[in-house]
Design a protein around this ligand. Structure first.
Ligand SMILES: [Zn+2]
Length: 507
């Protein structure tokens, strides 16, 4: 009897020990598998596709769409295509299409023309030629090329982006969108700025604000309704994209006249302040554009002025998407610093020219102290700026302890996805499995979604040490960010358990 109970007791002990060790051992096995796969170009993608990714925080919705979708929508809308110019036209073809013009519906019948259009509307197979010699210019020209098909298909676009995020095992996306932007620019053009008198400009624009905001909201409502319909959310046929949490950044353009920039920013701040779907404001278009360069400092002061009126609105700003030669040396010296110190950006998009900033060492220190996160877009920086491999300052930011997370920028135009960004980082720098988890967690830690974090000084907060406790449940109920972070931790556990027992991945 005694022996039997002793055996029973030791069996129980062994069981409980194996349960508690199992979680750790799955993680350790997964870490080992990851390091053994880093030079395996076939099995690493298999691993990385399934790897849970916290967020994609730098994703322009119009640039997230693949050319194939835009061409399909052009056909549905009866649009005409100029194969010669490689663009979708904003109208139907004439009774006799002009030379080089095709009905979009006829395109699939000619493989060569269809392939030419896909290449024209993306970075696929880009080879510099005399007439199309810069990856940077080809990249930005695609937006005008597919613009006419994008307009009516914001909902289809949202559905495509969410389904792709689900396929990449992304928990949360913060998409940049610009509903109602044209009216904001028109309003700015009708109320010219007098110098930098921003309080006066706000007064002048004030009467237009409700109409501008309502229009943007309605367009967002329509987009979401259309996406829900496409994704069949709430039905048994619901797409995987329905499970991805999404919020928006109001995206404004930096390449128009100062009064038009200010009107967009003012309305964008107002939307982010009043509509919880919008969690912040961003500022886009090529940073090296002559207007963007000329007005950069003034733009930063506009943000500064608006911050005093809307202290709750968060900013992520594209800054330092520049390389030597693209602009004069002086142009590389202060954009990131001004975005942080003058505009008050909480996150920086790209930050590629950090090493050319004045006193970069002190700036990096400041970014570490203020926890300014840098959104790293490796594929985009490769195809637009020709920054390849270790020439990217990703490792410098990590060495300085500046938080970084990986994002896609324009996955449709670049022909990528978030898995590809994780693969690029894992095959370029000596990152271990914990580093990958940190990159993934950073996506949620620095997301603008409201609520407190699940983490404090690198550890899960005390209340949630036991995830099933009533304290934790109550904390998660109050804090959406922490809720997403807990979901990510669950996803890691599941991924590690599956990976540790996947014979295809282990040695
Ligand atoms: Zn961007």
């Amino acid at each position: 009897m005694f022996v039997r109970s002793l055996l029973l007791a030791s069996a129980l002990l062994a069981t409980s020990a194996s349960i508690s060790l199992a979680a750790t051992s799955d993680e350790q096995k997964t870490a080992h598998i990851f390091s053994s796969l880093q030079s395996d170009p076939v099995r690493l993608p298999l691993f990385m596709r399934q790897f849970p990714k916290g967020a994609d925080l730098h994703n322009h919705l119009v640039g997230a769409i693949y050319a194939e979708s835009y061409l399909k929508w052009a056909a549905e809308d009866g649009l005409c295509i100029s194969v010669e110019q490689g663009v979708i036209l904003p109208h139907a073809c004439g009774a006799t299409p002009a030379k080089g013009e095709w009905l979009a519906t006829d395109l699939p019948s000619n493989e060569a023309a269809e392939n030419h259009m896909i290449d024209s509307l993306s970075m696929r197979d880009f080879v510099p030629t005399t007439n199309d010699r810069s990856g940077h210019d080809h990249f930005f020209a695609t937006f005008a090329g597919f613009g006419p098909a994008a307009e009516k298909h914001a909902g289809d676009s949202l559905a495509e982006a969410l389904d792709r995020a689900a396929q990449d095992h992304v928990t949360y996306v913060e998409l940049m969108i610009s509903p109602g932007l044209g009216s904001m620019i028109a309003s700015g053009n009708a109320h010219l700025l007098h110098g930098e008198n921003y309080p006066e400009a706000m007064k002048a624009l004030h009467a237009d604000l409700p109409t501008l905001v309502t229009k943007a909201r309605h367009e967002t409502d329509d987009m979401e309704q259309q996406a829900q319909h496409v994704l069949q959310c709430g039905t048994p046929q619901a797409h995987p994209g329905c499970k991805v949490t999404v919020r928006y950044l109001y995206q404004t353009l930096r390449t128009v006249a100062p009064s038009a920039v200010f009107a967009q920013l003012y309305a964008g701040y107002e939307i982010a302040h009043t509509d919880p779907r919008f969690v912040g404001v961003n500022f886009v278009c090529p940073e090296d554009d002559p207007i963007a360069m000329r007005d950069y400092d003034q733009h930063m002061r506009m943000f500064h002025a608006l911050n005093t009126v809307y202290p709750d609105v968060k900013l992520s700003l594209h800054a330092g998407e520049l390389v030597p030669g693209l602009v004069p040396p002086e142009g590389l010296t202060h954009h990131i610093r001004s975005a942080v110190e003058v505009a008050g950006a909480r996150r920086i998009g790209h930050g590629v020219d950090i090493m050319w900033e004045n006193d970069a060492t002190s700036l990096l220190k400041e970014m570490t102290q203020k926890k300014i996160m840098v959104e790293i877009n490796l594929t985009s920086n490769d195809v637009i700026l020709n920054i390849k491999g270790k020439a990217h300052p990703f490792a410098l930011y990590r060495r300085a302890d500046v938080p970084v997370a990986l994002s896609t920028d324009d996955e449709g135009v670049s022909r990528g996805d978030l898995t590809q960004e994780y693969l690029r980082s894992a095959t370029t720098w000596p990152l271990n499995y914990q580093d990958m988890k940190q990159l993934s967690r950073n996506g949620l830690e620095y997301a603008f979604i409201p609520g407190a974090s699940l983490w404090h000084k690198g550890k899960i907060i005390l209340d949630c040490q036991k995830p099933d406790s009533s304290e934790c449940r109550s904390f998660l109920g109050r804090n959406e960010k922490a809720r997403l972070q807990m979901t990510l931790e669950h996803n890691f556990k599941q991924f590690e358990s599956e990976t540790a027992h996947n014979g295809l991945l282990s040695d």
